[in-house]
Design a protein around this ligand. Structure first.
Ligand SMILES: [Ca+2]
Ligand SMILES: [Ca+2]
Ligand SMILES: [Ca+2]
Length: 342
């Protein structure tokens, strides 16, 4: 392809990305959590426990799972402790804590040896405990149909625990790791068979670590589709709509590893060992202040699906301009905001 044509396509793609990624929310500066080296954060529903994997000193060998706790959401995270009843000299990674805090999903990490007793290559595992104060039990292999003799990694549960997403390189995908999903209609039901998340999400490159936002309208994931391991996201208008074409996250998240889990209230994106604020764009007319003019824009689009005004709940809205958006605007009323180029 001619260089000029390639450049034109690149510029068009970047313009499209900027518009989609910043249509109604943006990201703040990453805030380091002060926990040192690690990746793939999973925070409990009450936000008092934070799990991650790390190959830091003091572990049982290769990657291990670690947890940090705090007394209240206003306290800093405490010093991490090793989950020594779960870990081994093999490589544990990608922890995911259940809503009740009593089941911990994880997998064989993609660098390092796999623990024994699996179905072959990397597998998904879980451990349980009787109460939040009990130690974790011995890991159990998730078995079929989650695991195969091939590669499975990165188990994640949606916030409502009705969708389980993991990555697998099994046949029936689009090449290398793909995101697969199991669903159930209630938490008492058994999981349905794994379904490939399809070519709108998956690529011929590695696609893994898929995380649904609490409202199910944004999917964050990691992918090697651009040549390097990077952070991507895709959105959908409702949970019944197809996913939009994925877009890369803006820097610095784009180049960070472990980007994907969203806090229960939708205000933070965990990225590496940091949290990144997810901010609704409340200065609707971009004049540098949130005021009556922005309120008028919301009123003018009341009841429509205008994305500009759809700023709540969650920073990306819910597909309709209503009182939820007024509430978000009211929280930021009279804030001065740096002007943007629109
Ligand atoms: Ca280990
Ligand atoms: Ca396997
Ligand atoms: Ca793939």
């Amino acid at each position: 392809m001619k260089m000029t044509k390639m450049l034109t396509i690149l510029v068009l793609a970047m313009a499209l990305v900027a518009e989609v990624a910043n249509a109604d929310f943006t990201f703040g500066e990453p805030q380091d959590l002060g926990l040192g080296k690690g990746l793939y954060i999973s925070v409990s529903a009450d936000e008092l426990e934070l799990y991650f994997n790390s190959d830091r000193a003091g572990g049982l060998g290769n990657r291990d799972l670690w947890v940090s706790t705090r007394q209240s959401v206003d306290d800093p995270w405490g010093p991490p402790t090793n989950l020594h009843t779960v870990n081994s000299s093999y490589s544990e990674g990608f922890p995911c804590i259940s809503r009740d805090g009593l089941t911990l999903y994880f997998c064989d990490y993609f660098y390092g040896p796999d623990r024994q007793g699996g179905l072959g290559e990397h597998d998904l595992w879980f451990s349980t405990r009787a109460s939040r104060n009990d130690p974790w039990g011995a890991p159990v292999n998730m078995g079929t149909p989650f695991n195969t003799s091939g590669y499975e990694i990165s188990p994640t549960l949606s916030h409502d625990e009705l969708t389980f997403i993991f990555a697998s390189a099994r046949s029936g995908g689009h090449g290398n790791y793909d995101l697969w999903m199991c669903t159930r209609s209630s938490v008492q039901e058994a999981w349905g068979s794994p379904v490939n998340m399809g070519p709108r999400v998956n690529s011929s490159a590695h696609d893994y670590y898929g995380n649904l936002s609490p409202d199910g309208l944004v999917l964050f994931f990691e992918s090697q589709r651009s040549g390097s391991y990077r952070a991507w996201m895709t959105m959908r208008r409702t949970v019944n709509d197809p996913w939009d074409p994925p877009v890369p996250l803006p820097e610095p998240m784009y180049s960070m590893a472990g980007v994907g889990r969203v806090s229960p209230d939708g205000s933070m994106l965990y990225s590496g060992m940091s949290q990144v604020p997810i901010l609704p764009i409340v200065d609707l007319n971009g004049d540098g202040i949130v005021d009556g003019a922005d309120l008028t824009i919301i009123v003018d689009h009341w009841g429509t699906d205008e994305p500009l005004c759809d700023i709540g709940p969650m920073p990306w809205g819910d597909g309709i301009v209503d009182v939820q958006d007024l509430i978000v605007l009211a929280e930021h009323l009279f804030e001065e905001i740096p002007r943007r180029n629109r």
